[in-house]
Design a protein around this ligand. Structure first.
Ligand SMILES: NC(=O)C1=CN([C@@H]2O[C@H](COP(=O)(O)OP(=O)(O)OC[C@H]3O[C@@H](n4cnc5c(N)ncnc54)[C@H](O)[C@@H]3O)[C@@H](O)[C@H]2O)C=CC1
Ligand SMILES: O=C([O-])CC(=O)C(=O)O
Length: 335
């Protein structure tokens, strides 16, 4: 778990000595935003990062200057505007994308498609050219469509390696762990709930039957907890009342996921993290499931595993919605 890995490194950042291995360039696209800034902060204190490249269309020099004063090894550079994008992404090992507009109350994630699809497409076009080996993690919504857009762009450029493109659904797992821990009076760091499917509403499928430690709930409680996990993003959008969506918890989740990618790149074995990827485990061509991460990204897709009847039913409802979201992304990328 990220928490278990990050905490000791937070303590030891000053004593960290750069070895040849712990030497990765991470680029953040959308680095000046609500997610981008705290995410960049967490990456700056990650000892696996030697170079932090911050790209946005506004404010990047200031964010980079601010972060660069932190006493950790990662060298921080800010790149402002599309004319500097190629330089920002060049030879990146990992690219994390939280660029794009967030929801306001009353909007669905799909309502962001018209604005965000083009942003993600142009970032992917540049990544295909200057960082074809990078592991790309997409935070931008709608994630269910944004990942197919990036894959289609890479495919057109002849650069697609499906092991290297991820929709970051980690926040769904983080929330599931937190909510279940609260219900059972457990420490959230000891709880792990796999979440599969996609990243919006009914496509989010928490596998509470596979919780560690094992937990059980009466049927009505199981249903209400599942709905709360599926609608947790909307809970934050409503609470922020027009000021955007989850940023701080997403920065945590994004940093946890980036750290897992880096641990895999760094040769650590048994790094397992669910994400939304190109997939053949269901009839939807993209699907989130637990993955073993390694030096080339996905080493193994662990698939669905056993589902309870309740979870089978959730899966049945999610697939048509996922397919629709995926088709929209594929169509956009190819038009
Ligand atoms: N995957 C997930 O679980 C979550 C995804 N999100 C999504 O993350 C995205 C970002 O959210 P926030 O940070 O709150 O938004 P924000 O508006 O605070 O920040 C977005 C940043 O993207 C930048 N940007 C816009 N166009 C760009 C371009 N062409 N190139 C580079 N940067 C560009 C903006 O200048 C801004 O700094 C939204 O689409 C939101 O829905 C949010 C929470 C969770
Ligand atoms: O709900 C939103 O718009 C942002 C998001 O994806 C989340 O918080 O899960």
């Amino acid at each position: 778990m990220f928490s278990r890995v990050l905490r000791p490194s937070l303590i030891s950042t000053r004593n960290f000595s750069t070895s040849k291995q712990n030497n990765y360039k991470v680029a953040v696209c959308g680095a000046s935003g609500g997610i981008g800034q705290p995410l960049s902060l967490l990456l700056k204190i990650n000892p696996l990062v030697s170079e932090l490249s911050l790209y946005d269309v506004v404010h990047t020099p200031g964010v980079a200057a601010d972060l660069s004063h932190i006493e950790t090894a990662a060298k921080v550079t800010g790149y402002n505007g599309p004319e500097h994008l190629a330089e920002a992404l060049k030879c990146a090992d990992v690219i994390i994308i939280p660029a794009g507009v967030p929801r306001k109350p009353g909007m669905t994630r799909d309502d962001l498609f018209n604005t965000n699809a083009g942003i993600v497409k142009s970032l992917a076009e540049c990544a295909a050219e200057v960082a074809p080996e990078a592991l790309i993690g997409i935070i931008t919504n709608p994630v269910n469509s944004a990942v197919p857009i990036v894959c289609e762009v890479l495919k057109k450029a002849g650069k697609l390696d499906p092991r290297r493109v991820f929709g970051i659904s980690t926040l769904d797992i983080v929330r599931a762990n937190t909510f279940i821990a609260q219900e059972k009076s457990l420490n959230p760091k000891d709880v792990n709930i796999p979440v599969i499917g996609g990243h919006s509403g009914i496509t989010i499928i928490p596998l509470i039957s596979r919780a560690t430690p094992a937990v059980s709930f009466p049927e009505d409680k199981l249903k209400s907890l599942t709905t709360r996990i599926q609608e947790a993003g909307t809970e934050v959008v409503k609470a922020k009342a027009g000021a955007g969506s989850a940023t701080l918890s997403m920065a945590y989740a994004g940093a946890r996921f980036a750290n897992s990618l880096l641990r895999g790149l760094n040769g650590e074995s048994n790094v397992i993290e669910p994400a939304y990827v190109m997939s053949d485990v269901t009839e939807a061509p993209y699907f989130a499931s637990p993955l073993v991460l390694g030096k080339c990204g996905i080493e193994k897709n662990l698939g669905l595993g056993n589902l309870s009847d309740f979870e089978q039913d959730l899966l049945k409802k999610a697939i048509p919605e996922l397919k629709k979201n995926i088709e929209a992304g594929v169509k956009f990328a190819n038009q």
